[in-house]
Design a protein. Structure first.
Ligand code: G1P
Length: 268
């Protein structure tokens, strides 16, 4: 059973400057909800009970958003607008926060969750990636595989060759349609990507990943990379990858963000 999740939300959002000077990327509106609302909902719909969000300076809006807003509730009741109470409801999750003081990379952000996680398997959801799936929530699809193998499972997406340089890319053997046993993984390959299977921001890890996150040297982009910890984990442990069914939108890409808004407006 996977009860805990880490959502790393400490990046500066440099791809989306200048708006990210004042609005964290995770708080970009998607309809009337911020992007991170969809991530937390996906986690809860997948059975997660406790969520640690790793924030950084100027991300206070995220904490405010998930707070109770008693004043607003009293106001809506007094004004006889009870019907709006349901609409403004935030996901009912047990939330925890910690701060990354310097953006050292995704691997460092996940490492900060070590004590929160303790000694149990857990999920990581990257809030850049919104996954809209018709049936099973993206994360839940990975949990189903974890339940079978009891090994770490990474969300994958088939990506056009020109874009592979933006992602972690795996090498692996397909053990059943859509599920791969990893042989290798490379962060943002500049050339010769090992496959067309890119990592999307959903992971299930055994707690062993933390020992591989210790003492990691900066990798691609000078950052401590989660991908590099997965790579060393592969020397001693099995790890699987699963193509996630659903549409994935990267809200740090203006094109994807606009597509997401259009898709959501058609769904409403
Ligand atoms: C991160 C990971 C990368 C993964 C990507 C998915 O990269 O390091 O392996 O493919 O998320 O969105 P980032 O987008 O933070 O540069």
């Amino acid at each position: 059973m996977i009860r805990k999740a880490i959502i790393p939300a400490a990046g500066y959002g440099t791809r989306s400057l200048p708006i990210t000077k004042v609005i964290p990327k995770e708080m970009f509106p998607v309809g009337v909800k911020p992007a991170i609302h969809y991530i937390v909902e996906e986690a809860l719909d997948s059975g997660i009970e406790q969520i640690l969000i790793v924030v950084s300076k100027r991300k206070g809006l995220i904490l405010d958003y998930f707070d109770d807003s008693l004043g607003l509730e009293v106001f809506l009741e007094r004004e006889n607008k009870q019907h709006l109470l349901k609409q403004h409801k935030i996901p009912d999750a047990e939330m925890y926060y910690t701060r990354q003081s310097y953006p050292k990379g995704l691997g460092d952000a996940v490492r900060l969750g070590k004590h929160f996680i303790g000694n149990e398997p857990f999920a990581v959801l990257l809030p850049d990636d919104i996954v809209l799936s018709k049936k099973t929530p993206g994360l839940k699809q990975l949990i189903e595989d974890y339940t079978k193998h009891q090994k770490s499972v990474i969300g994958l997406n088939v990506v056009k060759p020109a874009f592979l340089k933006n992602y972690g890319v795996i090498k692996g053997a397909e053990i059943k349609p859509g599920t791969f046993q990893l042989d290798d993984i490379v962060e943002k390959p500049k050339e010769n990507p090992p496959s067309n299977l890119a990592v999307i921001g959903r992971y299930i890890f055994t707690p062993q990943i933390f020992s591989h996150l210790e003492n990691l040297k900066p990798g691609a982009g000078g950052e401590i990379q989660l991908t590099d910890a997965i790579k060393t984990m592969l020397q001693t442990d099995k790890c699987f990858g699963k193509i996630i069914e659903g549409n994935r939108f990267d809200i740090g890409s203006t094109n994807d963000y606009v597509n997401l808004l259009q898709t959501i407006s058609k769904m409403d």
